[in-house]
Design a protein around this ligand. Structure first.
Ligand code: HEM
Length: 405
């Protein structure tokens, strides 16, 4: 639906979460909501009501508002489904903390994921991508790009950062998928979360007994042993790095490939001029906005935004896909254009919780797409695009991407 089809000022009523109609574009409800020019009230799966922003400016205002809490254990926090409501409070991680507590824990890992630290991983990431592409080529077409490239790359990168054996990445990936999938039952979700926690707790014990040169050892030595973080909080930090780093980047690689295959001319341009990759990656991040259920908040005091008073304890949704497709900021937002300046996108969120792994994600995406296009000049989907199955998770994704070359 075009933004122009909905009369300005129309009050819209929606039930959250929304479904995508075109799998690579945000749900059409955002256009309708944006057209009203106001914040929109949406009904949650449990019958409660939340306020939702759909314009770039309003999403930004809400995400940087000092009264906004990201703490999902607070009453009124808008969980996307029963699983997340059931697990709220457990495995908080600093993504769900506020103020000084959030700041302290974020700073413990920020340096580890800074541009210079991440740049040191480039040779490792290049080697992993080369190996995965060799394996794909060796096994012959067709291949599932999701399981042979998109998933193993980010999980190997996180395992390398945490100093974990690469073979553990399969277990970790499985746990994250079962925990985060909106289609998992609450029991499946809770079991996967508990198994992941047990694994990470055992890892902390191992590093306490035998510290090495890895991030976990540094956190154990510099923070846990000094009493600046509790053991459950340390486990939650590790958990967050795994959950934050797996599915997001994996689905950007999988969906990004489908997006490029939809635009063969732009794919050809990228192959001929790889210097276009950095801006093309920003456009892919904007366009796909895979982190579609993460930026939820609850205000700790009454706040007024766009003449709406949001009462303390009322859920607030600040969906980044809506902001990233606001025509006031991105001309023809549903048009994929690697030449546009997409730098104002909020695919990594905005404000104090802005993604800590974005340097790593950008590096992985640049390396993987450069090498994929170089290696397979005749890359194509092995099935018609409308036969692909997309995945309803906290992070938008696809179940398999069969390709030939
Ligand atoms: C393309 C890939 C990625 C996307 C699209 C993405 C997206 C996001 C978004 C939207 C947020 C903000 C959530 C909010 O405001 O509630 C976020 C936070 C976060 N992400 Fe990412 N992420 C990606 C990759 C990664 C990677 C690779 C890591 C880990 C190595 C990571 C770790 C984190 C962490 C720790 C936070 C919490 C920051 C805080 O609360 O201070 N992310 N991410």
């Amino acid at each position: 639906m075009s933004d122009d089809l909905v009369p300005r000022g129309t009050k819209a009523e929606f039930t959250w979460p929304f479904e995508r109609t075109d799998p690579l574009l945000p749900p059409p409800e955002y256009k309708e909501a944006r057209r009203s020019g106001e914040l929109t009230q949406v009904q949650m799966w449990d019958g409660s009501s939340s306020w939702m922003a759909a314009r770039h400016e309003d999403v930004r205002t809400l995400l940087r508002h000092p009264a906004m809490s990201a703490d999902s254990s607070r009453a009124g926090y808008p969980n996307s489904n029963a699983n997340h409501a059931a697990s709220r409070g457990s495995q908080r991680g600093f993504i769900r903390m506020d103020g000084a507590e959030h700041n302290t824990q974020r700073r413990m890992v920020a340096r580890e994921l800074s541009i210079p630290q991440v740049a040191k991983l480039r040779p490792y990431i290049e080697e992993v991508v080369d190996r995965l592409l060799d394996d794909m080529e060796g096994a012959g077409a067709p291949a599932d790009l999701l399981t042979s490239l998109a998933e193993p790359l980010p999980s190997s990168a996180i395992c390398e950062i945490l100093g974990l054996p690469a073979e553990d990445s399969h277990f970790l990936l499985d746990m994250v998928n079962r925990w985060m999938n909106l289609d998992s039952t609450p029991t499946e979700s809770a079991t996967a979360s508990a198994e992941l926690t047990a694994y990470l707790d055992a890892l902390v014990t191992a590093r306490l007994n035998n510290p090495g040169e890895d991030l976990v050892s540094r956190l154990v030595t510099d923070q846990l042993n000094q009493g600046t973080i509790t053991r459950p909080d340390l486990v939650a930090v590790l958990n967050l790095l795994i959950v934050g780093g797996f599915d997001t980047t994996a689905n950007m690689i999988a969906l990004g490939t489908i997006l490029l295959l939809r635009h063969p001319d732009q794919m050809r341009e990228l192959r001929e001029d790889p210097s276009l990759f950095p801006s093309a990656i920003e456009e892919m991040l904007r366009f796909l906005s895979v982190a579609h259920h993460v930026a939820s908040r609850v205000p700790t005091e009454d706040i007024t935004v766009r003449e709406v008073t949001i009462q303390a304890g009322t859920g607030v949704l600040a969906p980044v896909p809506a902001a990233n497709h606001d025509p006031e900021v991105f001309t023809k937002p549903d048009h994929f254009d690697i030449h546009r300046d997409a730098r104002d996108h909020m695919a990594f969120g905005f404000g104090v919780h802005q993604c800590l792994g974005q340097n790593l994600a950008r590096l992985e995406l640049q390396v993987v797409f450069t090498k994929l296009l170089e290696r397979f000049p005749h890359l194509a989907l092995a099935v018609p695009e409308n036969e692909l199955e997309f995945r309803n998770s906290m992070i938008y994704g696809v179940r398999a991407v069969p390709v030939t070359w």
